[in-house]
Write a protein of this length. Sequence first.
Length: 188
Amino acid sequence: MERSEFERLALEHLDSVHRMAMHLAADPDIAGDLVQETYLRALKWAERFEEKGGGIRPWLFTILHNVHRTRLKRESRAPTAVGDFYSPDAGSPEPGAATPAWNLKSLDWEQVDERLKAAIDDLRPEFRVILLLWGVEGLKYRQIAEVMELPIGTVMSRLHRARQMLAVSLEGVVNELGVRAGEVSSGE
């Protein structure tokens, strides 16, 4: 594939990659850094890209996921100043402090009910990531397994559990809207 064609294909998914970076980082500056590093690596390894039927998007998400994991590992090994390690008012975050990773409220989801956002935000990261890759980004189980470097059975199990947890936490919303069992699509 020629470089210009590769760049065109990769840039078509810039918004999706940025949206997922925002899910990962919950900080616009860090998300921008993740996207930039993802595209730098993608361009560097463009000749290694092989079309496997899913297009370039899952490959970009795999790079993004790896960049994010590398960043988290590097940050966890960074030294912590004594003043940062302990403070008497550690229970309250400072104004302007970064929100926790995977905070969906940082996104502008005009069409998504606030209760659904909160329920998704309450999921543990290992369930939230898979749910977002499947539900928001539209990846197939196989693609999610490749991006997350997990067995496909684990992806299916975590997605199932994430959806169950959402159903339980949104039971009142479902009753309020009058949705009957079986009306909600089960997906793939």
